[in-house]
Design a protein around this ligand. Structure first.
Ligand code: NAG
Length: 340
């Protein structure tokens, strides 16, 4: 009898410790951004929508990760910044680390939901996946094949337990100007290492949605608000049947990202319209014309465009004082056809 009681007591103890650990686990969010670009402000706004406060690394510093990150490899600096920032967490086995890029990412759901999904994916380290093998397409055939979802690693968003993340970051030394995605790709392609830290890719975008190559898979869905308020929009991946929790406008998918971020998280609804448009407005009735904010108007003529003259006429007729307006015209059309 004594024996049985003891076992039950131990079992209860084990359960309570186990529950305590999972409910106490928190996600700590890190990003790298050197300056407050528009994309960064949008990132922070989306984070604040879910009470997320990212730790921002490199802010105010000169970018050291290569001079043209959009077209050329680079970004090793991110790894070196993270290595330093995460050193104090080396023995933290309870909390979860989450990294996202800072200029082209938005959160569309809460850390609780991210934690829930992560715990179901049976990974200790999880990276977002994408359609393209970059920066070294030659490595494509070395990737394990997948039947469902995207095959290749993208390093703009990843998460995991601190000890395993540090093992990954410290696997090799990396120069600030080396490519971070190549660094992580090599780690992933090493099967023994991959298994040793349970490194997986989020092939079906359960959490991470890299948009490049997947724009046509994404749809904006409406759900009615429970409290009878305005409808709420969510993003669904109609190919993998998931609702991704963080979006990344990687590579040339920035325009799709801009489009989606006009609706999520809680950016637009049919009752209030564009919610963000009502923030930080200046009431022109309250200030003198001389104090009107200076405005930059940018016009992009990327195709042969009819009625251009009429459009410019309309701009000319705007009531806003001309000395407070700057005009930028980008013209990619070498010859203008005049139809007489
Ligand atoms: C702008 O200011 C004027 C004068 O102070 C006020 O009558 C008007 O309601 C304000 N408009 C908005 C949209 O707040």
């Amino acid at each position: 009898m004594m024996f049985v009681t003891k076992i039950i007591a131990l079992h209860i103890l084990f359960l309570s410790v186990h529950c305590k650990e999972t409910s106490d686990s928190r996600i700590l969010v890190f990003t790298v951004a050197t300056e407050a670009k528009d994309g960064y402000l949008r990132y922070l706004e989306s984070a604040h929508e879910f009470n997320i406060t990212p730790t921002v690394l490199g802010f105010g510093e000169t970018w050291k990760g290569g001079d043209d990150i959009k077209r050329k490899p680079g970004g090793g600096w991110k790894i070196n910044l993270l290595k330093e920032a995460l050193a104090p967490y080396k023995t933290d086995t309870k909390n979860i680390f989450l990294f996202t890029d800072g200029y082209d990412v938005i959160f569309v759901n809460s850390l609780n939901e991210i934690l829930n999904r992560f715990s179901r994916l049976n990974a200790k380290v999880l990276f977002g996946a994408e359609s393209y093998c970059w920066p070294d397409p030659e490595l494509a055939s070395k990737y394990p094949e997948v039947t469902d979802g995207k095959r290749f690693l993208n390093s703009g968003m990843f998460m995991g337990y601190f000890p395993e993340i540090l093992k990954l970051l410290e696997r090799e030394t990396v120069e600030d100007t080396d490519d971070d995605q190549l660094f992580f790709t090599k780690a992933y392609l090493n099967e023994e290492f991959r298994n040793s830290i349970q490194l997986k890719l989020d092939h079906k975008s359960e959490i991470f949605q890299n948009i490049n190559g997947a724009a046509t898979e994404l749809e904006i869905y409406t759900t009615e608000s429970k409290e009878g308020g305005p409808e709420v929009y969510t993003i669904k991946n109609v190919v993998t049947h998931t609702e991704p929790l963080i979006l990344h406008g990687n590579g040339p998918s920035k325009l799709t990202m801009n489009y989606l971020s006009n609706y999520v998280p809680k950016m637009w609804n049919s009752v209030e319209g564009c919610i963000k448009c009502k923030q930080n407005n200046v009431n022109l009735s309250d200030i003198s014309v001389a104090e009107f904010p200076s405005v930059l108007l940018a016009i992009f003529i990327e195709l042969n465009t009819p009625f251009l003259e009429e459009q410019l006429e309309k701009l000319h007729m705007l009531e806003y004082p001309k000395n407070r307006m700057h005009l930028f015209i980008h013209n990619a059309v070498s010859t203008v056809k005049c139809i007489v």
